[in-house]
Write a protein that binds this ligand. Structure first.
Ligand code: S3P
Length: 401
């Protein structure tokens, strides 16, 4: 796909609904008693994978644009999580608590991803799992609560343990040293689980969930792409964005971005305008909070005069592809001075250089979208796979029409 370099970018849009929330709403609805309505769900590659998986043990139907979920009997089955690690990991937690045998399969990218950090605590709780990569079989049932301190931050791993914990004997405690997104504990609470979350400590015990209405708001990780175009090329206003995960708003402000947030309860309009940006360092908890945005921010760094450093982001190596290696390779291919480190990237950006060339996405949606933004803001070029954006942001290319 050819990306033209843009003279300017001026746009107002509502980003697609939140992927993490849609996935969790479908899963909790599928194990809850009664009816769950997922209002304004995201329809994309990953969420369709979730819907397919939960269809093994729940009835899903469309009502207008909403999805109605009602549980059926849990059963032995094969769950194909496609490209979605969130779907696979959360459902591994669910399957661990059932007296069933569930096989998890996925696409090539998912099957290459290490699941050890999810498998280990589930085994400790009593699940039988032999493999560390999909295809992987979970033989569940008779779980015990555990005290779990994740060795590296992951909302997916935390969520898998909490979802096992609602079917375990005793209390399951997850203590995070770096807090990750709280969507699972928040939603479990709304669904009536026995759960208490104080700062980074979450305690859960056996629970019967009650179906709920879940309204899904705009995904801030998707909004980040046009918002960066606003910072680089003119103006962008994203509306109805879920403001629970706010790290990107604080980050844009910290690096000198002209950002305005208009907060209306749980949603915000976020406005960015062309700005003089400063090089930056991202590390520690900020790297965790911005984990999905880091390839985009590495691309942004290429346009800012001076050295930017991203570290403490080793988790990027176990995403849809090795996002550190693939980002470095593509930046280098279009003329950016970049050094790959074990847990991040060092980028020596130039504000007055036009980067151009061909991008190899490895089928990774976030690589495709991040480099599309950089090429559109700079010299234009080519993206080898335009279809992969379907995984999280099917209407992404409309930004460039
Ligand atoms: C997600 C958690 C993050 C993130 C992913 C979505 C979630 O993964 O990268 O896109 O919905 O819980 P990790 O938990 O592996 O950090």
């Amino acid at each position: 796909m050819k990306i033209k370099s843009l003279k300017q970018f001026k746009m107002m849009l509502t980003p697609p609904p939140d992927k993490s929330i849609t996935i969790r709403a479908a899963i909790l609805g599928a194990i809850a008693d009664g009816k769950t309505t997922v209002i304004n769900p995201l329809m994309c590659g990953d969420t369709v994978s979730t819907f397919n998986c939960v269809s093994n043990f729940a009835d899903l139907s469309m009502d207008g644009g909403n999805i109605i979920v009602r549980r059926k009997k849990f059963c032995d089955c094969v769950m194909d999580a496609g490209n979605s690690a969130t779907t696979a990991r959360l459902l591994m937690g669910v399957a661990s608590g059932r007296n069933n045998v569930v096989k998890f399969v996925g696409d090539r990218s998912l099957c290459s991803r290490n699941m050890r950090s999810t498998v280990q605590p589930l085994i400790k709780m009593g699940a039988q799992i032999e493999e560390e990569r999909c295809p992987l079989t979970v033989k569940g049932g008779n779980l015990n609560g555990i005290d779990f301190v994740p060795s590296s931050p992951s909302a997916q791993v935390k969520s898998a343990v909490l979802l096992a914990g609602i079917n375990a004997e005793g209390v399951t405690t997850v203590t995070e040293t770096v807090q990750t997104r709280t969507h699972t504990e928040d939603m479990l609470k709304n669904f009536g689980a026995n759960i208490v979350a104080v700062n980074s400590v979450v305690k859960v015990s056996r629970s019967e969930l009650k179906g709920q209405d879940v309204y899904v708001r705009g995904d801030i990780s998707s909004a980040a792409y046009p918002l960066v175009l606003g910072l680089l090329k003119g103006f962008c206003r994203t509306t109805n964005v879920c403001n629970k995960r706010r790290a990107i708003i604080d980050f844009f402000t910290r690096i000198g971005g002209d950002v305005t947030e208009i907060k209306k309860g749980e949603v915000s309009d976020i406005i960015t305008q062309k700005s003089e940006l400063k090089p930056f360092q991202i590390s520690g908890g900020e790297a965790t909070a911005l984990i999905d945005e880091l390839p985009l921010l590495a691309c942004l760094a290429a346009t800012i005069e001076g050295r930017s450093v991203i570290k403490d982001a080793a988790a990027l190596r176990n995403k849809e592809c090795d996002r550190i290696a693939v980002t470095a390779k593509n930046l280098s291919a279009i003329g950016v001075s970049v050094t790959e480190t074990k847990d991040g990237l060092i980028i020596d950006g130039k504000s007055d250089v036009n980067y151009s060339g061909a991008i190899q996405t490895k089928g990774d949606h976030r690589i495709a979208m991040s480099f599309a933004v950089l090429l559109a803001a700079k010299g234009g070029g080519y993206i080898d796979d335009d279809k992969c954006v379907e995984i999280s942001y099917p209407s992404f290319w409309e930004l460039f029409l």
